[in-house]
Design a protein around this ligand. Sequence first.
Ligand code: MSP
Length: 517
Amino acid sequence: MSRYFLTTAIDYANGEPHIGHAYEKIGADVIARYRRMLGDDVHFLIGMDEHGQKVEQTAAQQGIEPQALVDTLAETFSAMWRRLDISYDQFIRTTDAMHRAGVQALIERIIERNPDDFYEKAYEGWYCVGCEAFKQDAEIIDGKCVLHPTRMLEWVEERNWFFRLSKYTPFLRTLLTERAEFLQPESRRNEMLALIDRGLEDISASRSRLAWGIPFPKPLSSGERQTTYVWFDALPNYLTATGFPGQSGHAHWPAQLHVVGKDITRFHTIIWPAMLQAAELPLPERVWGHGFVFFGGERFSKSAGVRLDVDEAISRHGADAFRYFLLREVPFDGDGSFTWERFDDRYNADLANSWGNLVSRVIAMVEKYRERIVPAGERDKSDVSDARDIEAYHSVMNGSRGFLLHEALQYAMSCVGRGNEFVQASKPWTLAKGTDDDSRRALDNVLSSLVRQLARQAVLLAPFMPTKAQTVWTQIGGRGAVSEQRFAQLASLDAAGWKVTKGAALFPKEAPQTPTM
Ligand code: MSP
């Protein structure tokens, strides 16, 4: 069994979860569930980024201690992920004692192996609390950070520990050029190479005026003790989750995949590999830099003030429909928008009218014509066409181009569309009128083919809509849990003898409430 350790970004504990966070967690969850169904031994890590100025400031504004703020938000986020069926195996918090010790051990290891990599320097520059990063002139427009135009930049003058990132320029260039799969999609790789070509500057690794963080293990020559810069604290979460400097037994470094947004790809593909190289530790195998979900032309973020309640969006048509919609509508290698109209349209067209309708028709016919027992039948053209779509599905879920989840959904839904056409073309209700052996056999073939098709659809859609896929699987009489099925067995799947059970509509069509925004 291959190990598959995948991670998402850890979310800043300074506000409620929004649709951007949800999009990333859902996408990674689909990959985790997919890998489990391939038979991999998956470890799926998510968590919270709880230190830094941003969290400290939010707590101060609310008049509470940072610890109280992060404790509440860790609850809020994990409850949201449970509601969305995110099948994480581990939820890390950067305030965990194990993480604190691991970060210090990593920095000490760098100091031990590459003593020149940290040096002291007086620095001054503009700091964006939204990004938790110093900004260069090119990233500032009208005195504001381009990513956080509603926040004021802070002028910072400090003497800090610096990390010699520039030393790793040739290493990073080789990494990004020679290991094509290290960073995908391709467009992100080109962005990172352009950044390297513009020249990498050394970065501050400690902060003096920040109290809310992990103490930097080495004092300055003046004796001053500083706090670890929040990205130096956050990035190692992937490593400390494995028990570093020891082994925890469940997750094993290196990770096979980091799923992160495009705004933080450079932290994961420039700073993080340089830190690991400095510590003489293995690099993650792959990084996927997904795009943004927009709403009304704006990206979600606390500071940009774009609000759309995730709970409200989930309540509208249920968690699975929300998962489906986000991944069908927003390409996983690009950007896309959330609109209520598109959500309702897709719910009605793709889910209620197409998949839901097919499921209820097929089950009703097996019930009516064959007393609920799926007949044996010959394999037909649908098996061949589905096999083609299944192959294409795998090539975009797990191929050289990375994780094109939106395309995988299109292939799965093309099987659904074909199923509906097959019902229309084969007219089982007409065959049922015939009393001779040929009609009987023809109807057996049609019904057995249709249930096989539904079974395959349930398996292909299980990573995306785990609850609905299980409902379909149960209704058609599939054995065991749909999530326990293995893709490798899909080609030989036969539903003969299964007993169907009619259930409530898979995707009910009640009039949705008018959204508040
Ligand atoms: N705490 C850092 C990550 C540290 S990882 C070692 C952070 N947190 S965040 O809360 O701002 O963002 C968490 C993730 O959500 C990031 O990958 C970010 O790109 C993603 N998204 C935030 N807004 C988004 C959208 N509007 N759309 C899609 N994903 C976006 O960055």
